[in-house]
Design a protein around this ligand. Structure first.
Ligand code: KIV
Length: 270
């Protein structure tokens, strides 16, 4: 079993791998591929729940999907992504929601889309024994405030704020930091500044690790962000298999004798 200590120890030593997964078979595939961490991302909103943003994802949905992922994983660290407004409103409610991810869904850690408002909360969660992965740069839960999903940290003030918040979350006890859709030179600088590992997505090659969304990697998404790379064409392969099934049923080719059972002893009844 991978622990947060194992992940921290890899910083600057070996590349760290993380992928999202949302169900047990997907988690088993991702874990079998040898990733260090499986993130039950709130990207489930877009990837599997049919929403056009991550905002509608609920605590109950995250618990259910995280529990399924935890059942499918043998080795990787399971990180549950805290959904929009499940944290940051009231501290006690945030702590309770984060705690449920470990107690009920068997996550090993939680991820918080971070900002100035999550520094104290990170400290509190870590004190209570809930490991926290921070997340800076593009934080999609703020899509309405940001006006879209554009690259972040492109002005001097924004870049400085990201560096300061990265340090503050490290000091607060976060065990790692996701940097999403930020310039590669900013991500390289943050990585140099911190002892905890940075995990990049659209943040260039110099982070300690990389994360992508499952559906983007296997080629299941109908849209992929410019920084993601499909490593397969699962959509085409699934469409072929499903089409072949429909054709086989319609033509009578399926089920064949090898897929059917005849109860010889009861032949006299029919
Ligand atoms: O929800 C998610 O999948 C994420 C990753 C893209 C980092 O937050």
């Amino acid at each position: 079993m991978t622990t947060v200590t194992d992940v921290r120890a890899k910083a600057g030593v070996e590349p760290i791998t993380m992928l999202t997964a949302y169900d047990a078979p997907g988690a088993s595939l991702v874990d079998g591929a040898g990733v260090d961490m499986v993130l039950v991302g709130d990207s489930m909103g877009n990837a599997v729940l049919g929403h056009d943003s991550t905002l509608p994802v609920t605590v109950e949905e995250t618990l259910s999907h995280t529990a399924a992922v935890a059942r499918g994983v043998e080795d990787a660290l399971v990180v549950a992504d805290m959904p929009f407004l499940s944290f940051g409103v009231e501290e006690s409610e945030s702590v309770r929601n984060a705690g449920r991810m470990l107690k009920e869904a068997h996550a090993d850690a939680v991820k918080l889309e971070s900002g100035p408002h999550t520094v104290e909360l990170t400290e509190r969660l870590v004190q209570l024994g809930i490991p926290v992965m921070a997340h800076l740069g593009l934080t999609p839960q703020r899509v309405n405030e940001l006006g879209g999903y554009a690259r972040q940290g492109t002005s001097e003030a924004d870049a400085r704020e990201i560096v300061d918040l990265a340090r503050a979350h490290e000091e607060a006890g976060a065990f790692s930091l996701v940097l999403e859709h930020v310039p590669a030179n900013l991500a390289a600088h943050v990585t140099d500044e911190l002892d905890i590992p940075t995990i990049g997505i659209g943040a260039g090659p110099d982070c300690d690790g990389q994360v992508l969304v499952f559906h983007d990697v296997v080629g299941l998404s109908d849209w992929t962000p410019p920084f993601a790379k499909p490593f397969g064409d699962a959509r085409a392969e699934m469409a072929r298999a499903l089409g072949d099934y429909v054709e086989a049923v319609e033509s009578g080719a399926f089920p064949g004798d090898e897929h059917s059972h005849v109860e010889e002893d009861l032949e006299h009844l029919y």
